[in-house]
Write a protein that binds this ligand. Structure first.
Ligand SMILES: Cc1cc2nc3c(=O)[nH]c(=O)nc-3n(C[C@H](O)[C@H](O)[C@H](O)COP(=O)(O)OP(=O)(O)OC[C@H]3O[C@@H](n4cnc5c(N)ncnc54)[C@H](O)[C@@H]3O)c2cc1C
Length: 342
């Protein structure tokens, strides 16, 4: 298996923080994965393209960066089944599907990262989530040295959540993702920014508009290093929402079920007066409060400290806790779990 010792991860994370691993492994076959099984007793982290990863320290754990490539398409009566290796780039897969006429992924255009990481947090944007189109996921389990085909149901998708962030965390590697794109397609243009498109818009037009809106709203990590939304939008009880909305009648909110309401983390941060603040070389983006940026001279620890401060201030104003969406990786390989207290 290919590997490299003393490897700098600066160009492998969208925050552009320097962190060096003693060894990075690049498995590309089942044989390679079997060799890795013995290594997983020491701290390690599975890395895709690093666009949802914060390396906290100058020293990183052992890194496994899967290199499973290839895309294939099967056609059945009512759908296209698109399978892609986990190391394929997500946006390139979306572009390929739109160009070939396999519609259904266009709302998820321009989300950075690899295909293999997409199921981990069930990527979503502009009214569509990956779980809307997942057929199954191929997942190699270290303990049994077996490749499993996990159904949509077995992936247990939720909002920015899946079984891979819970029971199966660090237990294996996604090698391939299979998507089911129904031939009967209707443009999903309900989301703000896409609603000016006509109901007859083509997949290509939706794809182009999503790209335009995203480029206008989000800082490009190559120019302003960042990892997209740092926090998840908090989901609160209907009762908590009712209390909050009395004090903040303009607060944006999205009903999730009869008992739960999703709030906009960016709005809470902005109302706490934190939009655009800078400290220790990092800061809150001045146009999008949900995005934390490295102004060039920051560190992973400075981003973490800023995120903790934001969480504290939002909590003291609204009584609502924020949870990081970004995976936080310490030198000992532990991903600090959701929340800032663990
Ligand atoms: C500018 C910007 C905008 C963004 N916009 C969005 C958005 O609109 N919606 C959204 O949902 N996300 C968004 N993100 C977050 C990010 O794009 C996604 O989380 C993406 O799926 C991360 O892919 P990655 O390959 O970079 O993952 P990484 O950061 O490398 O890893 C993320 C997680 O996946 C795990 N992982 C990676 N590959 C594998 C594998 N093969 N097997 C098992 N585990 C694996 C890692 O261990 C880690 O837990 C944005 C990020 C940026 C920088």
């Amino acid at each position: 298996m290919k590997s490299q010792a003393n490897f700098s991860l600066k160009s492998c994370n969208s925050f552009s923080f320097e962190s060096v691993t003693s060894c990075i492994y690049f498995p590309e076959s089942l044989d390679d994965l079997r060799q890795l099984s013995s290594l997983t007793n020491e701290p390690f982290y599975i890395l895709g393209e690093g666009s949802n990863t914060l390396f906290l320290a100058e020293k990183a754990p052992v890194i496994i960066q899967p290199k499973f490539m290839g895309t294939s398409v099967d056609e059945c009566d009512d759908a296209y089944l698109v399978s892609a290796g986990s190391a394929e780039n997500w946006h390139q897969l979306v572009t390929y599907c739109v160009q070939k006429g396999y519609a259904g992924l266009e709302n998820l255009a321009l989300i950075p990262g690899s295909v293999g990481a997409a199921p981990i947090q069930n990527i979503g944007a502009y009214g569509v989530e990956l779980s809307d189109v997942i057929e199954h996921v191929n997942w190699y389990e270290f303990a049994t040295q077996t490749l499993h085909q996990l159904s949509h149901e077995q992936c247990q998708f939720g909002y920015r959540d899946s079984v891979f962030k819970r029971e199966k965390r660090d237990k294996g590697i996604i090698t391939q993702v299979c998507l089911k794109l129904p031939k009967a397609w209707q443009a999903n243009i309900s989301y703000q920014g896409l609603d000016s498109l006509s109901a007859e818009a083509t997949p290509e037009q939706v794809y182009q508009r999503v790209i335009e809106v995203r480029q206008a709203k989000l800082p490009d990590p190559k120019v302003k290093p960042n990892a997209g939304s740092f926090f998840k939008n908090p989901v609160v009880s209907q009762q908590t929402y009712q209390q909050l909305v009395k004090h903040y009648p303009t607060m944006p909110a999205y009903q999730q079920s009869t008992t739960q309401v999703k709030l906009a983390a960016g709005w809470l941060i902005e109302q706490a007066g934190l939009k655009g603040i800078k400290q220790n070389g990092v800061g809150v983006h001045d146009k999008q409060a949900l995005v934390l940026v490295n102004h060039g001279e920051g560190t992973g620890a400075a981003i973490y400290e800023l995120a903790r401060n934001i969480n504290q201030q939002v909590f003291s104003k609204f009584g609502v806790s924020l949870q990081p969406e970004v995976r936080i990786v310490s030198a000992s390989g532990l991903i600090i779990k959701d929340g800032f207290n663990g």
